[in-house]
Design a binder for this molecule. Structure first.
Ligand SMILES: [Fe+2]
Length: 447
């Protein structure tokens, strides 16, 4: 086995800019994609992440030159009991409950794929419409001669504990907590664990692809700046050993055998590739005088659904920043939203609220139109405290996934979920105090 000597992260490319990379100098054909016979004996192969005729800004196509073509494989066999198998039409419960989950147990005996657990989702991968949210946890590497891809959608991977080395067809990515990466639909990958056990979340979108949001009147800089996205360099494995290839297609896992490595692309160029991003580089913007802007101002990546102005996913970073608004309730206000909101705490706490160590890694779901907001003691304190500039600490990192779909829960997730709002009549529905006093209006008029 040999690996490219130029293994390194690359800067700075965009999520749409054409990229070229070669692990052996000169491996990229000059001036054309399909010379009759490649001078190094490589096979040309293309992966299309969009229709050929998609608009240029969203056209995603990558050419690879491989030691063997991906077609050098056996037929597929379904894996009937694979933990990733899922049936969204029968297995999900759509509930209005506001739920939260303590950090999930780490499956130290599992690899990345075996340790995935479906929390919930919506839609149907066969019509490219919907999402799936997973937790992952693992303690062992995927076998060297193993690779996986999802035919159902892009995977946005968000580690919370431990680093992931993600070997892809287009090169290597090391992704640490407070970083994220996207592996687009169909790209084959394998995960190893350079720092041991890991835990985190995966957001899969059946429609479109993740990309940075338009900036509009913000201008050309701000939020996730394009120069900070990192894209792998070509890196190949040269072996005759047979690879076990796993695919999830329409929620069912199948396996096949592949001659040689899945990671045998010596050179590639195109617009369809995995990438990573360090959330610490996010250029946060916010309200500087009064009130809150919408949390969409913290959007890192967005993925369209099939409905205009209804993103399948807006992936939002709730991170460190100053709160300087005057005469303003600094904590999040009460809210009902046609978009479902799934949030996870990566470190420190959620927004202004610190969290005990045992809850770091928790997640919560506020489904479409379900009320959410701060607890009674937090609201009371926030309404009465002296307002002054407030710094959300550097280690307070959380992520929020807004989706146009209501999220149905698996039985596994439903059983582990705990109510996230005040409670019943016995505890006064959360203890919110009535402070309304109409006579204050009269006093105000007479003074
Ligand atoms: Fe909300």
């Amino acid at each position: 086995m040999s690996r490219s000597p130029n293994y390194r992260d690359r800067f700075p490319k965009t999520a749409t800019e054409p990229v070229r990379s070669e692990a052996i100098a000169g491996a990229l054909p000059k001036a054309q994609n399909l010379p009759q016979k490649h001078h190094l004996g490589l096979y040309p192969e293309r992966i299309s992440g969009s229709s050929f005729t998609a608009k240029r800004a969203v056209n995603k196509q990558t050419f690879m030159w491989r030691i063997l073509p991906s077609a050098a494989q056996s037929s597929w066999t379904q894996v009937p009991d694979h933990p990733l198998n899922q049936n969204f039409h029968t297995d999900l419960s759509f509930l209005p409950d506001q739920l939260s989950w303590k950090p999930f147990k780490i499956e130290t005996d599992c690899n990345f794929i075996d340790g995935l657990r479906l929390i919930g989702g919506a839609g149907d991968a066969t019509v490219k419409n919907g999402v799936a949210y997973y937790s992952f946890s693992c303690g062992v590497d995927m076998d060297e001669q193993t690779a996986f891809y999802s035919a159902d959608g892009d995977w946005l991977i968000v580690p919370q504990i431990g680093a992931l080395d993600i070997q892809t067809e287009l090169g290597m990515l090391r992704v640490r907590p407070r970083e994220i990466c996207v592996v687009p639909r169909g790209i084959r990958f394998r995960v190893t664990l350079p720092s041991g056990r890991t835990r985190g979340y995966v957001i899969e979108t059946f429609s479109g692809h993740f990309d940075v949001p338009e900036l509009g009147i913000i201008g050309s800089l701000g939020l996730a700046n394009l120069r900070d996205f990192e894209i792998p360099s070509a890196a190949f494995t040269d072996t005759d050993a047979v690879t076990t290839l796993l695919v999830k297609m329409a929620g069912k896992v199948s396996h096949a055998s592949l001659k040689g490595s899945a990671f045998n692309a010596v050179a590639w160029h195109g617009t369809y590739y995995p990438f990573k991003y360090d959330l610490g580089k996010f250029m946060t913007m916010g309200s500087t005088l009064y009130d809150h802007q919408d949390p969409s101002i913290y959007t890192v990546l967005t993925c369209p659904s099939d409905k205009p102005d209804h993103p399948a996913v807006d992936f939002i970073y709730i991170g460190p920043r100053w709160l300087v608004m005057e005469d303003t309730l600094h904590v999040p206000y009460f809210h009902r939203n046609t978009m479902s909101e799934f949030a996870a705490v990566i470190s420190g706490g959620f927004d202004t609220s610190p969290m005990p160590e045992e809850l770091i890694g928790m997640c919560m779901l506020h489904n479409g139109m379900s009320t959410h907001g701060m607890s009674a003691p937090v609201i009371e304190h926030s309404m009465n405290k002296e307002i002054k500039p407030e710094r959300i600490p550097d280690d307070h990192v959380a992520v929020l996934v807004e989706s146009c779909y209501p999220i149905g829960l698996t039985e596994w997730a439903r059983k582990l979920g705990e109510p996230d709002v005040g409670g019943d009549e016995e505890n006064d529905f959360g203890g919110y105090k009535r402070v309304f006093d109409a006579s204050l209006a009269l006093k105000g008029r007479m003074s």
